[in-house]
Design a protein around this ligand. Structure first.
Ligand SMILES: NC(=O)c1ccc[n+]([C@@H]2O[C@H](COP(=O)([O-])OP(=O)(O)OC[C@H]3O[C@@H](n4cnc5c(N)ncnc54)[C@H](OP(=O)(O)O)[C@@H]3O)[C@@H](O)[C@H]2O)c1
Length: 289
């Protein structure tokens, strides 16, 4: 049996839907099985013959984590440790999801899995500690770092932009941060590949869609594709601004492109270009988004 933890989150729901579509049996839990309580995890896992655990649960509010670091730590670090310990206890393989925020964003070529970590803020620190706990508590782990995630089941940049295009006359969007937008469905497909091949190629991996862009160009692409798809009826001016003109509580990485070489080599998993994936995503979006 496969256990999806955090099954009501943006990624968790995407994974659940993909598994349902492919008739892969799984059980899902979310906040009702609190990952900060190891006895709740052990109790749930009892007698279910769980072979795989996918941890999609997390504290994901990047800015709020500066004020609530202990809470973020209890979920992203201690919670991850509890899940890894439970996985080890029951002999299950663990897929744990992590983030580009473990890096300092000062690089200028795609980050490899082996590159040194140096988180800039509380969210990244707690996620980085979670990775370390996972590696310490179990041998059978896959840590998959992703970035700039969007999908139909959560608050994300694509949905925010679509709402703002309707509400505003113009928009300022940051132009000096680079990364790769990633559809949650891409990551869900990789997770399915790993499980369907019953992989034991344990370790750290990076998975995003292909290519790189800025938030500004991402916003422009969303507007173009949404207009072409008839999702919005007018276009508004989008102005490029620097990060210093758009201050946030947590410093954002300037460069957070992740290398995909390892997933290509180990799993023959070839992500598609972020803009092609985005265009397809927008074409099938209902008008209500
Ligand atoms: N979103 C991004 O842009 C992004 C980028 C890079 C990496 N990631 C990583 O990708 C993964 C999935 O992110 P996401 O955006 O899908 O997150 P999400 O939508 O915030 O979903 C996380 C889920 O975990 C649940 N949860 C929180 N605390 C819990 C607890 N103590 N016990 C059990 N469940 C709990 C949440 O419930 P509540 O909603 O009730 O709190 C929510 O349903 C995370 O590991 C995240 O760090 C995300």
């Amino acid at each position: 049996m496969i256990w999806i933890i955090g099954c009501n989150g943006m990624l968790g729901r995407e994974v659940s839907e993909l598994f349902q579509k492919n008739k892969i049996p799984f059980i899902g839990t979310d906040i009702e099985c609190d990952i900060t309580d190891i006895s709740a995890l052990a109790e749930f896992a009892k007698d279910k013959n769980i072979k795989w655990i996918i941890n999609c649960s997390a504290y994901t509010n990047v800015d709020k984590s500066e004020e609530e670091e202990p809470k973020a730590y209890s979920i992203n670090a201690s919670g991850a440790a509890n899940i890894a310990q439970t996985a080890s206890l029951i002999g299950a393989k663990l897929i744990h999801i992590s983030t580009d925020y473990v890096f300092n964003g000062k690089g200028n070529s795609p980050y490899k899995e082996s590159d040194a970590k140096q988180p800039l803020g509380a969210y990244g620190r707690t996620k980085s500690a979670g990775e370390d706990f996972v590696a310490e508590k179990t041998d059978k782990y896959f840590i998959i770092r992703t970035a700039w995630l969007y999908g139909k089941n959560g608050n994300n940049f694509v949905h925010t932009m679509l709402r703002l295009f309707a509400e505003k006359d113009s928009l300022n969007v940051v132009v000096d941060q680079k990364g790769t937008p990633t559809w949650a469905g891409t990551l869900a497909s990789l997770l399915m590949t790993i499980i369907q091949t019953d992989s034991d190629k344990y370790g750290i991996y990076h998975c995003t869609d292909e290519g790189e862009t800025t938030w500004f160009d991402f916003a422009c692409a969303i507007q173009e594709y949404a207009f072409d798809a008839g999702l919005i009826s007018k276009k508004i001016p989008i102005n490029p601004v620097s990060s210093s003109e758009y201050p946030t509580k947590t410093e954002r990485p300037k460069y957070s492109v992740l290398s995909k070489e390892k997933i290509k080599n180990e799993f023959s998993f070839i992500p598609r270009s972020w803009d092609a994936v985005l265009n397809d995503y927008i074409k099938v979006r209902p008008k209500s988004v």
